[in-house]
Design a protein around this ligand. Structure first.
Ligand SMILES: [Zn+2]
Length: 384
């Protein structure tokens, strides 16, 4: 008997998602946090926050730093282009830092090229590949997440660079802590801390220190993968842009397009959106592992956001999730990944299959995999 997946009564998050909690009405924590956040956002004096942002900009300039006044970590996605956009027009010397940790797509390269054209300097940081590929393999084989340490590198490396260049202001993107807790008050204002990093940049606390110790890798080799604690006593300060400006994906898309940001002609594999996660390929493997382990993927994430923001009804969202969410990984991704890390394609398929949860997946007569109760309401399990 297969495990029946229960779904949130408002969005479509499944009971298999790690750490998810439902209230007695069957509504998930993310929906409740969103509601709370929405109410809190309405009470925020955004004019005041904007003035605080301009004060920060002025004080960064007044420090006469030797090289640059502000640093922005960028992926080349719509949000990071918007972050650079907000800093333009104040006479700042801006350094954008892109961490190229995986397999960049052509459209990703083109979108990243917008950044210097906007008026920011761009450094692309590429880690040495023998060690980095070892970490990608280790993440995948031991923890089912090829991006395990890529994700910490992505957050940490720009901070190390800011410290070396003595850059006073680091403008980060969205504070993911707010996304889950609904916390939007003044208390959420400070930027990245060691606690935040371990919780939101590292997967389940498995940061570079943990991996170094557990797998006997000299920590000195992983320094750029780890939060720089010396930032606390330095003249470099980090802030989340979402504290000063209301985070609005649609608006960011418009702003990014005005600088030449391109979207895909077709939705990306595994979702119905054509403008997110389009710059890099390994992320698709990361997302597909979620499908195997927990029975949901990227389309569910996007649909849940769109339900909460009133852009889709739950029924419309279900249709889109049915169409895109469980799509098998295509050869385009497996072959690129195989070539990058040095596996054969069969090895990859075999490795990935080890993570398929057979409590939720079953086989059809033709041998293909299916989640028998996908998106069905398990009403008998919830008392009304
Ligand atoms: Zn929900």
């Amino acid at each position: 008997m297969k495990q029946k997946i229960r779904y949130c009564k408002r969005c479509l998050l499944p009971s298999t998602k790690p750490y998810i909690k439902f209230d007695e009405e069957g509504v998930c924590q993310a929906c409740l946090a969103h509601e709370e956040k929405h109410a809190a956002l309405g009470k925020i004096d955004w004019g005041k926050r904007k003035r605080q942002f301009y004060d920060l900009v002025e004080s960064a300039k007044a420090q006469n730093a030797p090289w640059y006044d502000a640093l922005v970590p960028v992926s080349g996605g719509k949000d990071s282009i918007t972050q650079v956009h907000r800093l333009l027009g104040h006479g700042l010397r801006i350094l954008a830092v892109n961490v190229d940790y995986g397999i960049k797509t052509e459209i990703g390269k083109e979108n990243l090229a917008c950044i210097p054209e906007m008026g920011a300097n761009l450094i692309i940081y590429r880690p040495q590949l023998d060690l980095h590929i070892k970490l990608i393999k280790l993440g995948l084989e031991e923890y089912g997440d090829p991006d395990l340490l890529s994700h910490t590198l992505l957050h940490a490396a720009p901070l190390h660079i800011a410290l070396r260049f003595q850059i006073p202001l680091v403008m980060l993107g969205e504070n993911s802590a707010e996304e889950y807790s609904g916390e939007t008050g003044e208390a959420s204002a400070p930027g990245m801390t060691r606690e935040w990093f371990t919780r939101y940049a590292a997967n389940a606390g498995r940061d570079a220190r943990y991996i170094a110790k557990k797998h006997d890798i000299p920590f000195e080799q992983l320094r750029l993968y780890d939060f720089p604690d010396e930032i606390v006593d330095s003249s470099t300060h980090t802030y989340f842009m979402s504290h000063f400006f209301q985070w609005d994906s649609e608006k960011h898309l418009e702003i990014a397009k005005s600088y030449g940001f391109k979207t895909l002609d077709q939705p990306g594999e595994g979702t119905y959106r054509n403008f997110v996660g389009i710059d890099e390929k390994i992320n698709r493997i990361h997302q597909y592992l979620k499908v195997l382990k927990f029975g949901y993927g990227r389309a569910t994430d996007h649909a849940c956001e769109d339900i909460r923001n009133g852009r889709l009804t739950r029924e419309q969202a279900k249709e889109l999730v049915r169409e895109h969410d469980l799509k098998p990984l295509s050869v385009d991704y497996t072959s690129s990944f195989a070539e990058f890390v040095g596996y054969s394609e069969d090895e990859i398929r075999e490795l990935l299959e080890k993570f398929r949860d057979q409590n939720i997946w079953g086989k059809k007569e033709d041998g293909s995999w299916i989640i028998a109760n996908h998106l069905e309401e398990a009403t008998e399990m919830v008392r009304s």
